[in-house]
Design a binder for this molecule. Structure first.
Ligand code: PPE
Length: 314
């Protein structure tokens, strides 16, 4: 069960957690008209820091634009400020933040252009997405019998609620068959992504990931891993990945805000590499940890500190 926090941000105001309610005829509830983000705030030696807040808010705006939902009253800077204010108000040191913008109550029917856009941001403490041992031991996954969204059906670049019905089919099938997660192929049969994660394959020292054309969400963690990896001399290749490349890989791992960098130790019961977390995956996890521990410089400005920096004595 989700652990309630005190306040939720709604259209610019802080409201009590229990009062963040909607009418049953809310458009989003019937037609999936909702875009959202998932962001982590980490505890650092300088207090809580929101990871890549600007990039997540930008993706929220991109998703809204695709669905003609961008006529609302807040700027990207204001939403980043709202994220900070919310973590501060709830007095949390680390948490997961969930901004959501959706078409609210008004007309019923497919066309939603006249329905008001409501924006909420909730946050709560969220543990390890694929189980407590996943980051170290790795997870067992399957290739899903469900295909990811075909181009020209639902846009994969937009992070919208409707896309997650496909994710739910992938995830339910995987879990009910005893796996932690499912990997979906795209409509042409190439590797796409997990139900809630991007995927990377390591072979002979090169790191492969599907390009956006294979129906993947442009993951913020995907980008983080590529930038951190380039910084330590890894070579990344964005290319179409045939399913069998998963089986013969040296390493496979997932990336995502919730999943972070999760090693995959088997696919369809075929052990990947040594069947344990591989050295490239571990090195990338380490780079990520160093950044969050403020032991390596934040060259990219990825950390948004919740509290103003302490004044330096003169
Ligand atoms: N693909 C999908 C389909 C996806 O949902 C996510 C995030 C990613 C890739 C990775 O994106 P990013 O978080 O920007 O690196 N999934 C979010 C929601 C998971 C959920 O169960 O809810 C997340 O990780 O926050």
């Amino acid at each position: 069960m989700i652990q309630a926090t005190e306040k939720i941000w709604h259209n610019g105001r802080m409201i009590p957690w229990d009062e963040a309610r909607v009418h049953v005829l809310t458009h989003a509830l019937h037609y999936g008209t909702s875009v959202f983000e998932g962001i982590r705030c980490y505890s650092t030696p300088e207090g809580p820091a929101i990871f890549r807040a600007k990039e997540h808010v930008r993706r929220l705006f991109d998703s809204c634009k695709v669905y003609r939902m961008d006529d609302f009253a807040f700027t990207q800077e204001e939403l980043v400020a709202a994220l900070r204010e919310l973590v501060n108000t709830n007095g949390l040191d680390s948490c997961y933040l969930r901004p959501i913008a959706f078409r609210g109550y008004g007309e019923v029917g497919v066309l939603s252009l006249k329905n008001p856009i409501e924006i909420y941001i909730a946050c709560w403490e969220w543990g390890k997405y694929l189980g407590p041992e996943a980051l170290e031991k790795g997870v067992d996954v399957c290739v899903s019998s469900w295909t990811r969204l075909a181009p020209n059906t639902l846009p994969a670049i937009a992070k919208v609620a409707a896309n997650y019905m496909n994710s739910q089919l992938i995830k339910m099938e995987a879990v009910l068959n005893g796996y932690s997660e499912g990997i979906a192929l795209d409509a042409s049969g190439y590797v796409s992504e997990g139900s809630g994660e991007n995927i990377f394959v390591v072979r002979d020292g090169k790191v492969y990931t599907p390009p956006l054309g294979n129906s993947v969400l442009p993951g913020v963690t995907r980008d983080t891993v590529m930038q951190l990896g380039c910084g330590i001399g890894l070579e990344f290749v964005e290319q179409m990945i045939p399913r069998e490349m998963l089986y013969i890989a040296d390493e496979v791992f997932f990336t995502g805000t919730a999943a972070e960098i999760t090693p995959i130790r088997s696919v369809d019961k075929i052990p990947i590499g040594s069947g344990m977390r591989g050295p490239v995956t571990e090195r990338l996890q380490r780079e990520f940890e160093l950044l969050l521990a403020l032991q390596s410089p934040d060259h990219h400005g990825w950390l948004t500190f919740v509290h103003a920096p302490k004044a330096v004595p003169a």
